[in-house]
Design a protein around this ligand. Sequence first.
Ligand SMILES: Cc1ncc(C[n+]2csc(CCOP(=O)(O)OP(=O)(O)O)c2C)c(N)n1
Length: 286
Amino acid sequence: MADKKEVARLEDLAYQARCNLIKLCGAYSGNIHMGGDLSMIDVLTCLYHHTMNVDPKDIQMPTRDRFILSKGHGAVCMYIVMALRGFFDYDEIVRTYGKLDSAYGQHPCKVRLPGVETSTGSLGHGLAICVGLAAAAKTAGAKHRVFCMMGDGETCEGSVWEAAINGHALGLGNLVGIVDRNKQLMTSFSEDSVKLEPYADKWRAFGWNVVEINGNDMEQVVDALDSLPPVDSGVPTLIVANTVKGNGVSFMEKQVKWHCGSLTPQDMERALADVTAAHAKEMEGV
Ligand SMILES: Cc1ncc(C[n+]2csc(CCOP(=O)(O)OP(=O)(O)O)c2C)c(N)n1
């Protein structure tokens, strides 16, 4: 069972990350993928602030856990969570995000941003890269894990399932896939269009150890990531993180138009008030 104080610490960090994301969106002149950022922000917070062995002062540490954001359109969410961990400077992100020649592009670039393991944005490639990283680690007898965050819409790409076959065939117990199952794609709800259910069973059929959680409940996120099988278990794990797109902001939740959008100053204040009220509720009784 997750330690209550640690869960509260992570909820507080996720709240800070939500506020920083909303403020950045309010300050930025273009559109930001708010929906899918807010759905995965709790899992990213737990990974970077609790689960993964990473060190912002030693980013190339050979024993570090590897993380690849396969849903690369959520880059800004990763930058913000990593900034809270000490990898990047939040003010610099706000000042430069999305501008020509900025290191903080709308999709992550490993060349410009040391600490980012690989460049992504074209969906469907992250898991295959992670299979390669995990296979190399297994061959070398290394003990670190390789984590891959995917979108559920992204898993319509056939390359994801080719990687899933190989993750199982190679017995990669050090490989952890996480799907942000917010049940929305870019312009539709998954069950109204591509019909992904029974989703978890699909991964089970590919031989993966599957864990289903509410990915916006920090206690469940911590429990799932604390209970991963040993790296030498020989079976890759897939966490189906059931989430809400736009989670925490009333006017963004489950709204197709909030796959990607921009905030007026008034909407920014409303969004901040929403996440602040939700966080106050979370903290009741802590
Ligand atoms: C190969 C490829 N095709 C299309 C796109 C355009 N695109 C960006 S986000 C997105 C929707 C992805 O949905 P999902 O993976 O569920 O992401 P989330 O809802 O979590 O944001 C699409 C189709 C892309 N980035 N890459």
